[in-house]
Design a protein around this ligand. Structure first.
Ligand code: F6R
Ligand code: MG
Ligand code: MG
Length: 369
């Protein structure tokens, strides 16, 4: 069995909340290079905007202490360097300094899966900046549940049976497994409410040539505000999706991003806006700290070695989506501080707005008419 661990954290950027510094990236590469051939088989280090992303391939399973410690130590050393350079938000996602076994609940986002490497194993890693885990609901549903997106659901007997979606209620911290297409409307009833119900994993179902207990997709679902109890920046998520031969094809995996759907995040984690699929070099949130970005790096896994990556959105085929995202950004921005550009009050609970409203509390008097 192989394990892929994609662990990410915003530990500082330059300037403001825009981009991880080259020196921090270099440090992370050195740290993981030291462990190549030891704790890990292979790795790839990159950034999506201000988020440092560590992809590690190994054989130790998910939640492995050694792997999580390697990520944690890398973030800790990166934070020290970021502080030395006075990068912005240095150590922002390191919510605790007490590592005890794994990084869950400590701030970093984690997307990990263990599976049997097939004869040929295409992998796509998605990374987003200036948005939240629920931003993956729409594309992951389209990939594995929507026949208008994934032709294979209709015409390929290997996936005609559909997929099972593991959905987390991130407020109550419980989960449900729903089988699609049979329970498609139930799944949508939940995941349409993306700030609360998020797809965590997708599994194959009967009729698939794949082991039914091995995930085909996994998404990071960590919410920093729920860990810290206050606004501490957004929870820019990442995901790993496997493709082809009994799974959606690579093109079916990328297709949902041709539509720059609305996500929440953007400026101060408080605004709805379009997600823009970009090349890694363009994952740089500038305009109004956005608009939110998504990048996709593709690999073939070869006995745990990562062959690649290929920067999949670095392609004129996505120019239309980028242009449209720009137009939607103009339209949404024109609303200024008004909903639905600004998030509804319920979603603003973990932002800095309640402090402002607190100041007005004593100014209110009863309505008499
Ligand atoms: C959004 C984000 C930024 C900041 C904004 C204010 O996820 O990180 O939009 O919220 O730049 O940042 P501070 O409060 O650090 O000045
Ligand atoms: Mg930041
Ligand atoms: Mg970020």
């Amino acid at each position: 069995m192989n394990t892929l661990s994609l662990i990410k954290a915003d530990i500082g950027s330059c300037p403001g909340h825009s981009v991880t510094h080259q020196k921090v990236l270099d440090l992370a590469r050195e740290k993981l290079e030291e462990e190549k051939g030891k704790a890990i088989i292979d790795y790839y280090v990159t950034n999506c905007g201000d988020d440092l992303e560590l992809l590690m391939s190994h054989k130790k399973g998910v939640n492995n202490e050694e792997i999580h410690k390697l990520a944690w130590d890398t973030f800790t050393e990166g934070t020290a360097l970021a502080k030395e350079m006075k990068l912005y938000g240095a150590g922002q996602d390191m919510l605790s300094d007490a590592f005890s076994g794994n990084v869950r609940g400590l701030g970093p986002g984690i997307s990990e899966m263990e599976f049997t490497e097939r004869k040929a194993e295409p992998i796509v890693t998605f990374m987003m900046d200036k948005t939240e885990p629920g931003a993956f609901n729409f594309p992951i549903f389209k990939i594995f549940g929507d026949p208008f997106n994934t032709a294979g659901l209709v015409i390929d007997p290997k996936i005609h049976g559909g997929f099972r979606f593991e959905i987390y209620d991130i407020m109550k911290r419980n989960k449900v497994l729903l089988r699609c297409p049979q329970e498609l409307y139930d799944a949508l009833a939940l995941i349409g409410a993306k700030s609360r119900y998020v797809i965590k994993r997708v599994y194959p179902t009967e009729g698939s040539p794949l082991p039914l207990d091995e995930p085909v997709a996994v998404i990071s679902t960590e919410k920093l505000a729920l860990i810290a109890g206050k606004y501490v920046g957004k929870d820019d998520p990442c995901a790993i999706v496997r493709a082809q031969s009994g799974m959606p094809a690579l093109g079916e995996v990328l297709e949902p991003f041709s539509m720059p759907y609305l996500v929440s995040g953007w400026m101060r984690g408080s605004h709805n806006g379009p997600i823009m699929p970009v090349a890694q070099k363009d994952a740089k949130c500038t305009r109004f700290d956005g608009p939110p970005r998504v990048i996709a790096l593709g690999y073939q896994l070869s006995n745990g070695k990562l062959i690649g990556p290929v920067d999949l959105f670095d392609d004129p085929a996505f120019d239309g989506a980028r242009r449209k995202a720009g137009e939607i950004a103009d339209y949404m921005r024109a609303h200024g501080p008004f909903e639905p550009h600004r998030l509804p009050l319920g979603d603003m609970e973990y932002t800095t707005l309640p402090e402002v409203l607190e100041g007005l509390k004593d100014r209110f008097s009863p309505v008499e008419d």
